[in-house]
Write a protein that binds this ligand. Sequence first.
Ligand SMILES: Cc1ncc(COP(=O)(O)O)c(C=O)c1O
Length: 430
Amino acid sequence: MTGLRQTQHLAREARHLAPGASEEAVHGRRVFAEGRGPVLTDLDGNQYLDFAAGTLTQSLGHGHPEVVEALTAQARRLWNVHDSATADRADLLDLLARLLPERLDTYAFFSTGAEVVEAALRVVQATAPPGRNRIGALRHGFHGKTMGARMLVHWDIGHQAFSGNSVLGYSPYCYRCPLELEYPSCDVRCATLVRRHIAEKPNVSALVFEPVLGAAGVIVPPPGYWERIADACRESGVLLVADEVLTGGGRTGAFLASDLFGVEPDLAMLSKGTASGFPFAVLAGRAELLRRPEAATSGAYASTYASNPLGIAAARATLEVVERDRLIDRVRVLGEIMEDRLRVLESRFDRLGQVRGLGLLWGLEFVTDPVTRTPAPETARAVYTTALDVGLRTSLGGHMLRLAPPFTLDEALLDEGLRLLEKALERVMT
Ligand SMILES: Cc1ncc(COP(=O)(O)O)c(C=O)c1O
């Protein structure tokens, strides 16, 4: 239950705050006052384990001392000199060159996920051969809410979809297979169709994709899906543009999720996992693309907050800790524990239709019953609010919950969070 001070605070806010907040904020009705590591405290003094890690941003938890120190020192020195070089930028560039695959050796910096997706689309358009004027995307993909990004999003998230000039392919959503087939006897037909409609089309310049579809409830492709599509794109000159805004930075157990599926993107966008919640985004690409004169025209990668010194300081500090403390290894270890525990819950509760995920990124899909698989948003919402009441914060979207704890969590707190989830599931579903 939302405490008294929070209730009063929310009532005061509501007088002037535009509606249209996320489902999490609307149904959670919490006023958070402080974050320390994996723990949040609200205005009434209640504490929560944050298994949404901010909005999948806090890979190091909240207020990591080294990030706070780097940001504070930078805040004392310098805030904005447009995209001129600052002291930390060369360090961050070198760090990214160590963490990312060798072929992605050229970088531009931005401030949000949607902004970096737009930048990638501009590079695609500027470098596309004549006649290749369409862009491929996947059903259930999410890429942001600016117009270029929205063009690739074919579901009404926030506002109505606006499909523009994009071509849509099937995502590997086996639980609700649009072709009504079963894996593996389907022989990954969805991938064959993506190949036919996007990868092999002479008028398509690029396929923009989430290697694992995050906002749609963590859709993890089965073996064979990406292999088939990536090879065909490569052969026919369709650029592979990996939107790793959510997955990039280690959350899936590799620095880029694309690596796990053997996809070698030409461009990759990262944001959430890079700078501990400070607005920051990276466009990583092959030098041949990002340095091509048509793409790299004067000012092409500049904007008011692009290459912002504060963002660079936060990213450098965050990624240094990820590298130094070998946190991606930790993601894999914790991910295995999480998978075992979540599978038990999946088999115990009928209305928990499917649990999917990898590393520290998990989706729970709720249904009214396991046979019809009718989506049950009210159940997801009830589990979400009950979990908050018992001290666990998760991420809510429609009939899905996502779990994405910080990489720095210890095993005892992982266990505690999963115990709280179980308690919430029991309260709602038994
Ligand atoms: C894969 C992906 N791309 C792009 C975005 C848009 O990022 P932002 O909200 O920072 O604009 C998101 C946001 O959740 C995302 O998950």
